[in-house]
Write a protein that binds this ligand. Sequence first.
Ligand SMILES: Cc1cc2nc3c(=O)[nH]c(=O)nc-3n(C[C@H](O)[C@H](O)[C@H](O)COP(=O)(O)OP(=O)(O)OC[C@H]3O[C@@H](n4cnc5c(N)ncnc54)[C@H](O)[C@@H]3O)c2cc1C
Length: 595
Amino acid sequence: MNVLQSQQPFDATNAQHLDRGAGYIAPDCAGQNFYAIDRGLRDLLKLYLAPDDFQRLEPHFDRLGALAGGRLDELARAADKHPPVLNARDRFGRDEDWIDYHSSYREMEQIAFGDFQFHAMSHRGGALGMDRPLPAVAKYALQYLFVQAEFGLMCPISVTDTSIHLIRKFASPELQEYLLPKMLSGDVATMWKGTQFMTERAGGSDVGAIETVAHREDGAWRLTGDKWFCSHADADVALLLARPDGAPSGTGGLALFALPRRLKDGRRNAYRIVRLKDKLGTRSMASGEIKLEGAVAYLVGEADRGLKQMMEQVNLSRLSHGVRAAAMMRRCVNEAMACARTRKAFDKTIIEFPLLRRQLLKITIPTEQALSMFLFAASAMDRANAGSKDAQDLLRILTPLLKFRACRDNIPVATGSMEVRGGNGYIEEWVQARLVRDAHIGVLWEGTSNINALDIITRAVGKSRAHRSLGTALATLLDEASSIPPAFRARLRETLERTLDFAERVAAEPALEADARRAASGLYHITSSILMTSETSRPGTDTRRALYARFVLEHRLSVQDPLEPEVSDWEGEAANIIFSERTATIADVAKLLEH
Ligand SMILES: Cc1cc2nc3c(=O)[nH]c(=O)nc-3n(C[C@H](O)[C@H](O)[C@H](O)COP(=O)(O)OP(=O)(O)OC[C@H]3O[C@@H](n4cnc5c(N)ncnc54)[C@H](O)[C@@H]3O)c2cc1C
């Protein structure tokens, strides 16, 4: 029996059927269209996509928004409750390891790889009726909608997409010819999905310590070693790092290989999934341990540039992780608002309580920051792909900034949203419990917070000087935002200069390494604050974004005295505007920026 049939029946309008008398429990977001209710996303897509692309793609955003609040959400709930199971042997006693997935996971794969073709949409035409690859802005907006329902499967989706990128860029023509038609296929039954195995027991952050070796034998490379964290463990082709015979120690001696699960004659390649991890979150997706026992692999690109090449995949994944954090935070906000607007306590609706409003602001503002940041980064990627050097610099620094800060913010946002729902938020029938569990992986995957902060400060600022390109881009946006009061723009400009100087000092003085996270956070906050200010100044955009910008400026970039009252008049009025249903004019908002 399909286990979905035994789930609580899905009712898209459950909120309307609930008895609002004594014992009323506030509804969740089931049945909502996550695109239609996301004013910020809808506004910003019009800013960042060419009008033609927006028109062609909007029906797909809308369709995915409806799926994310509907069928996909139901499938995600079931897949989380029925995690994958590893089989080590078949009934004949052969070591034919394979993983069984629940039917809900398979249906989600069909939506992602078959219907939307997330994995291929950046690399060829044909996805969503487009005659060319989709812009990065559109791809990440679609990821953002998808992840509001299902987080676990986005790992296989994204890592297939990024593996295709690496193979297209670095693999020999023969290897491309062998792998790409299978990986770019939209036929879920036969396509080859990708993954990336880097981490070993000896080295996660310290990649140079990995111990897997590659021997040349009869004209083929054979890998031996142990990969300790392997998400999407049964992927059809994995990209991984190994040290060829005689190569030097450290990262300089690592080469990049493509490891197929099946050999050309159909036999299993010589590696085993030893066991699956029993994880806190991302439970729908299989992460395992892999033992390489002389497995055949193909060298990708130059043997002494393995890590450099793989960092391209890491950076693409980091951007996607930032998007996923933004998505999960949005789901948290939607859930919290659905509850706060209807739950009653002490004869009031709980959104009326000043402390609860403050809690809602604390989850809303990081969510809006992450939205602006990922769309700005994605648009830089589109311009970088078109050849802009400035955009390459922007992307260089925006990627780890987004990964570092959005993934960290996701954790308190998820907890805050759970708390808004009260005790029910802790119960696994409601989505908040899963959101809390899933939120934590973002600070580990593709580098911990420390590793990303060091990348920002030591390399992006210290070596690449990418912060200066960022500073120039932000200063230009401020100059152009003429409908925003000059005094507020001047404060932002001055804070921008101070933040850039601080980041430079920390990068230049090894004794200040412990300040790297503070400096990186400062860069994230000033960037998002200026972006939201600039967005507000563009016609048709929700003016509340400038209020979010001011909250960031006051609470993240200014000195606060913990023994003085914090809530000033402007904050109360700003909260009224933010939580009211009516649209505020630029004049209403401008008053609150000058206060
Ligand atoms: C569920 C799950 C799935 C995963 N899937 C994959 C996968 O598919 N492929 C893959 O390659 N990896 C995967 N990983 C591994 C993940 O990327 C690593 O766990 C992560 O990079 C951290 O490495 P580590 O566990 O070895 O921790 P360590 O590197 O030992 O770090 C321990 C602590 O030391 C800190 N630290 C290390 N160096 C420094 C420094 N220079 N300065 C300051 N602090 C430092 C870290 O920030 C961290 O807090 C997965 C992990 C998990 C939990």
